[in-house]
Design a protein around this ligand. Structure first.
Ligand code: GRG
Length: 287
């Protein structure tokens, strides 16, 4: 199957599952469920759940055993975007070309919709109990993976550094890389690691996939900043990697990271072809 069809097929699968697992729009109280669904179904690329499915596929794991966890990671992603857009954080009016959640539903409901999505993400990890192929211990490992990724050592910590705009006097590049690893790469890496954990991958395989995830995660955020500059959407308050090292070096560095990521997959021979294609896509994407 070619890459475009692969992405399309997986995206459909994920969106169908999310539609089935989220509370209906008219479930009480309707406003929160409408807001949750508005943000979840407003046109995301679904990269993180696709990465999870593609990782589990390396080990021959059936998609149906991965879908709840894949949706869980997309719900965490959506929660982080809703909160990131709030007036008290980035104050963005638009996301994916559409009004942000708080613009449509108000700040109070948007904040709570984000909270509800995080809780629902954990419920999805628990729902794995219904799948007989998944052991209880695997579910505990998934909980650990998700929690570490959201915690102050990762997403929350990175976001806090971003919010307080505290720039170190020296080694700004190292500071930015650490912030990007926490804020962005951690969730991408957790998606990949969760796919491997679900599929019962061995330690050395998880290590290789973690390296891949860290590299593509960092390259993803650098590319995101490059796209913001090129599409004239830069936030002047934020220090960014291309803002510090320049566009040309930022592009070279993200290419190096993608090369490193692909090299980490060499232990899988040709079984990781879609992960390799995903790595290339991260560099070539325009949105
Ligand atoms: C505790 C999880 C948690 C969050 C609170 C708000 C916050 C702390 C963190 C925000 C992190 C954040 C917004 C990182 C930006 C990552 C990024 C570049 C997102 C865009 O990802 P895409 O392009 O989005 O995959 P689509 O639109 O395709 O879904």
């Amino acid at each position: 199957m070619n890459f475009e069809n692969y992405i399309k097929e997986k995206k459909n699968l994920i969106e169908k599952t999310m539609d089935a697992i989220l509370p209906a729009e008219d479930a009480d109280p309707p406003i929160i469920h409408q807001a949750m669904r508005y943000s979840v179904f407003s046109g995301g690329k679904r990269l993180r759940p696709i990465l999870m499915l593609a990782t589990a596929e390396i080990f021959g794991m059936d998609h149906k055993n991965v879908l709840y966890t894949a949706c869980s990671i997309e719900l965490i992603h959506t929660f982080s975007l809703i909160h990131d857009d709030l007036p008290c954080i980035d104050n963005d009016d638009f996301r994916r070309g559409k009004p942000t959640c708080h613009k449509v539903y108000g700040e109070d409901i948007a904040l709570l919709a984000g909270d509800a999505l995080l809780v629902h993400a954990y419920k999805m990890i628990l729902k794995n109990i219904e799948i007989k192929e998944i052991k209880k211990n695997t579910i505990l490992l998934l909980f650990e993976e998700m929690t570490k990724c959201v915690d102050t050592e990762n997403m929350l910590g990175g976001q806090i550094k971003d919010v307080i705009h505290e720039k170190p006097d020296d080694n700004v590049v190292a500071f930015l890389c650490s912030l990007y690893k926490q804020k962005t790469a951690a969730l991408i890496c957790a998606a990949i690691r969760a796919g491997a954990i679900l599929a019962g991958a061995k330690k050395r395989e998880i290590k290789a996939l973690t390296k891949y995830g860290e590299c593509i995660g960092l390259a993803f955020q650098i590319t995101d900043d490059i796209l913001d500059i090129m599409q004239d959407q830069r936030n002047e308050d934020r220090i960014t990697y291309p803002g510090v090292v320049g566009l040309k070096k930022a592009k070279i560095d993200s290419e190096k990271l993608i090369k490193k990521a692909k090299k980490a997959l060499s232990i899988f021979d040709n079984r990781a072809e879609f992960l390799i294609a995903m790595a290339d896509f991260i560099l070539s994407r325009q949105k």
